[in-house]
Design a protein around this ligand. Structure first.
Ligand code: DAT
Ligand code: MG
Length: 149
């Protein structure tokens, strides 16, 4: 089992695509273990995107992700990180496969709708950055409604 952090970014919220995006992950078979709307602070944004600090697009990226609320969620499932990355599609929507979220609903890299963690260490770091342990379903296993066959 893996967990991954997904953000429906400001453009997704503005365009009314949060339900569509969550629906795609749910239909794929992943379990939502945390979900909330929040306005990302500049501090959290800079830590979230720390690997991109110094790149030419960094300031624009931080200003964009902090501009209006995002929907943040933690999804769980077997290979959740890779499955989400595939469901999201390539970073540049121009290269994203049709059928993926970016390949179906986005056109520019600066407005590519969704963030998904890219590795286990990133997922852990990003989940800890956006959620308290007590906000995660499954922290107390008896809170879970999933049928574990
Ligand atoms: P991803 O979001 O697919 O993990 P990333 O981690 O390489 O992609 O970059 C984070 C975000 O930064 C990306 O979703 C959009 C923005 N970005 C990346 N490369 C960019 C570029 N060359 N120009 C403008 N924005 C870029
Ligand atoms: Mg990334």
């Amino acid at each position: 089992m893996e967990r991954t952090l997904i953000l429906a970014k400001p453009d997704a919220v503005q365009r009314g695509l949060v339900g569509e995006i969550i629906g795609r992950f749910e239909r794929r078979g992943l379990q939502i273990v945390a979900l909330k709307l929040l306005q990302v602070s500049p501090e959290v944004a800079k830590r979230h995107y720390q690997e991109h600090a110094g790149k030419p697009f960094f300031e624009r990226l931080v200003s964009y992700i902090t501009s209006t609320p995002v929907a943040a969620m933690v999804l769980e499932g077997p290979n959740a990180i890779e499955i989400c990355r595939c469901t999201i599609g390539a970073t540049n929507p121009a290269a994203a496969t049709p059928g993926s979220i970016r390949g179906d609903m986005a056109v520019t890299v600066g407005r590519n709708l969704v963030h998904g963690s890219d590795s286990e260490p990133s997922a852990k770091r990003e989940i800890d950055l956006f959620f308290e342990k007590t906000e995660l379903l499954g922290y107390a296993r008896e809170n879970r409604w999933i049928i574990e066959a």
